[in-house]
Design a protein around this ligand. Sequence first.
Ligand code: TMP
Length: 203
Amino acid sequence: MFITFEGGEGAGKSTQVKRAAERLRAMGRDVVETREPGGTAEAEAVRALLVSGDTARWTPEAEALLNYAARDSHLKAVIRPVLKRGAVVICDRFMDSTRAYQGYAGGCNMGLIDALEQGIVGATRPDVTLIFDLDPEVGLARAKARADAKAEDRYERKGLAFHRLLRDGFLDIAGKEPARCHVIDASQDVDGVAAQVWRVIGG
Ligand code: TMP
């Protein structure tokens, strides 16, 4: 079972990944929590290039390639082996983030993203994806208040227009794949969001 958590900035995904993992473990499930870009030493090194520095340092195409270099490492070293042993993988961001951030919001050619998705993700598509939906003004304010805000804020600095396109992009993805994608109202409090998450993955 491969579960991904997606959405814009400050939507509370990381907190909910932890809560969902704990709840599944309490039911006796073997659960691995991981994140993108990241999850292996190589992918974390690529992450450092993406999340800091000048907002224009990479074109959306270069960002898609870097994210897919990290994703290739993560799929081979972590995601596929863990799924093979029968465990649950919960990943904080995955392929839909590339489509939303680089494609819908960044303007990267969707044909390139389709090709990367087919060639690198292939059959290892998530079984379930939770899309955390939140007004970007609220999300960006929350993200700014976070402790690690200064270190990893390259995307947060891209401005409100970018984050509005991002939100619409995620909702479009959800509309196109309703069997896989479930929209979560991330404006609720932590317990309210956790209850929505559990209604999707707890069955
Ligand atoms: P995080 O803040 O959720 O940990 O994610 C790091 C940043 O990387 C976040 O601003 C979203 C961005 N990102 C992309 O632009 N494309 C991707 O494919 C992924 C996985 C993340």
